[in-house]
Every structure is written in structure tokens, then in C-alpha cells.
Design a binder for this molecule. Structure first.
Ligand SMILES: [Mn+2]
Length: 286
């Protein structure tokens, strides 16, 4: 889709026919309702960030919601950023793996935090340093490495300890995470997409990290984009995108979007924040 053209000629109010002509071009027609294919139901889950307590709660809510609706083929889409910041990233990955064993269609998108975690697990020193600056400390501790060791070990030793501590099946699970999932008129990504570039041609770095260029874009993207990555107090439901990262790791509010036919609905945990008494409080985004 092309973006709105700022140089488009101004229309004088005295010429209604011209106004209508230009309106057609400039103001999008009301879009047909976005749908998922008949017989399917989708639940997309926002950034979990180590909050196993909230993930358990939300999964139970989704299971009740799904059971209360007519039988359907149900997809679970995790929008990425399972890890970091919250206290139990290892437990969250275990839980999602268990979910994928319980249900046939559980799919994970790779978030920027998984990207950095995988880089650290590959032994890349810069990734490890970045990892520790964006909440990776909590992930490392959740794999049983002690706080004293975390503080004391040099980078090389810490890197080796992390690689030894994270089970192979966790690494394999993260490595099979996807960058884009398309279902009907919806496309699910972690962060967003670059305007003016087709879904097929998007760069991984945009899909996992983009903010302003995507968030500020007001025109249609073709598909309705469902994303996490950028925190808002409430889910953001706009004509061209739906953001469902409600900052669970500190708000206690983990949000899911349900989709079926033309319908959309939100499910969320109640919003019990954990107390964060660490020095400096939470890290800045990302
Ligand atoms: Mn995130």
C-alpha cells in the first residue's frame, strides 16, 4: 500500500465535486471486515517476559473461552519476547513447549529478546552484553545460575555457564520460531513491518525491532497487523494494526486477542504487578 502523499494538492472547499474526487484518493474507503477463514479461531498472546504466573492464568482463560465457543480449529500464536525482565523465563519456555505438546497448533514468533538470547547462546560476546542490559539477567538466573556467579564471573565463563545451563530442547524450540504468521486477513509479527515493503520482503530486523516508522504509519498495510513489542496501557485497536503488549512484566496485565470470522475480542489477566525492588527499577526499552 502506498503511503499518504503529503504533497497532494489542497482542495478548495468551493468545489464539491473536486473535493469528492480527491477524497476518494486520500481518505481510504471503509475497509471490508477483516476475517479469519471459516472454522478457525485464533488466540494471539502478547509479550510474556518471564511472567509464568500470568501465562498460566491467561492460558486457563483462553482454554475456558475456547471451550465456551463452538468447536473450531484453534491456533495459538505467541507474539514473541517470552524471555527477560520477569522472574521465570525458563519456566515460560517450558510452559509454551508443554502447550505445544497439548495442542496441535501452537506457533511462536521470534521477538527481539529471543534474537539477543539466541545470539548469546551462540557464544557471541556482544549479544551477551546486550542481553544483560535488556533484562537477560533474570533469564540467566531463571536457569539456575546463582546471583553471586552472575556478578562475579568474567564474560567468557558466564557465556559458557549459560550455554551449559539452557537445555538443548529450549534452544531448539526458540530456533524454530517464525518471523511472520499469516492467517486470513491478519498477519502476526513481533514488532511490526516496514511500510511500503511487502510482507514477503520484510527484513528480520524490522519484524523484530521496528517502532516509530511502523507505529506512525496510518495507511493500510494490506493485512491487519497484530503485534507486540511496544507497550501500551490498553490494547491498541487501530484500522491498520492491533498492538497487544500491555507490559505484563511490570503491569501484571498479559493480553490475548481472540479472532474468529469477523469477530475480535480481548482476554487479559487482572493486572497484579510484582514488586520490583531492584536497584534502578526496570530497564529502558527494548
Ligand atoms: Mn517486549
Amino acid at each position: 500500500m502506498r503511503s499518504r502523499d503529503a504533497t497532494y494538492p489542497r482542495v478548495r472547499r468551493s468545489n464539491p465535486s473536486m473535493l469528492n474526487l480527491f477524497r476518494k484518493r486520500v481518505i481510504p474507503e471503509p475497509a471490508a471486515p477483516r476475517t479469519v477463514p471459516a472454522g478457525r479461531r485464533v488466540y494471539a498472546i502478547g509479550d510474556v517476559h518471564g511472567r509464568l504466573d500470568l501465562l498460566d492464568d491467561l492460558i486457563a482463560r483462553i482454554e475456558r473461552d475456547d471451550a465456551a465457543r463452538p468447536s473450531a480449529h484453534t491456533d495459538w500464536v505467541l507474539l514473541g519476547d517470552l524471555v527477560d525482565r520477569g522472574p521465570d523465563s525458563a519456566g515460560v519456555i517450558d510452559r509454551v513447549i508443554r502447550l505445544s505438546n497439548e495442542y496441535p497448533n501452537v506457533r511462536l514468533l521470534i521477538g527481539n529478546h529471543e534474537e539477543v538470547f539466541l545470539g548469546a547462546l551462540d557464544g557471541d560476546p556482544e549479544s551477551l552484553k546486550l542481553f544483560t542490559r535488556i533484562g537477560g539477567r533474570e533469564t540467566i538466573l531463571s536457569y539456575g545460575i546463582g546471583e553471586d556467579d552472575y556478578d562475579r564471573l568474567d564474560w567468557d565463563t558466564l557465556s559458557a555457564r549459560i550455554r551449559a545451563a539452557v537445555p538443548d530442547h529450549h534452544v531448539a524450540f526458540l530456533r524454530q520460531a517464525e518471523d511472520v504468521i499469516e492467517i486470513g486477513d491478519y498477519a502476526f509479527v513481533h514488532a511490526g513491518i516496514r511500510p511500503g515493503v511487502s510482507l514477503a520482503d520484510q527484513r528480520a530486523t524490522d519484524l523484530r525491532w521496528i517502532r516509530d516508522r511502523f507505529l506512525g504509519h496510518e495507511d493500510d498495510f494490506g493485512k491487519m497487523i497484530v503485534h507486540g513489542h511496544t507497550i501500551t496501557d490498553e490494547p491498541q485497536e487501530l484500522p491498520n494494526r492491533i498492538g497487544i503488549d500491555t507490559g505484563a512484566f511490570e503491569s501484571g496485565r498479559l493480553t490475548a486477542l481472540g479472532l474468529e470470522g469477523k469477530s475480535r475480542w480481548f482476554l487479559a489477566t487482572e493486572g497484579m504487578a510484582i514488586v520490583d525492588d531492584r536497584e534502578g527499577g526496570r530497564a529502558a526499552q527494548p
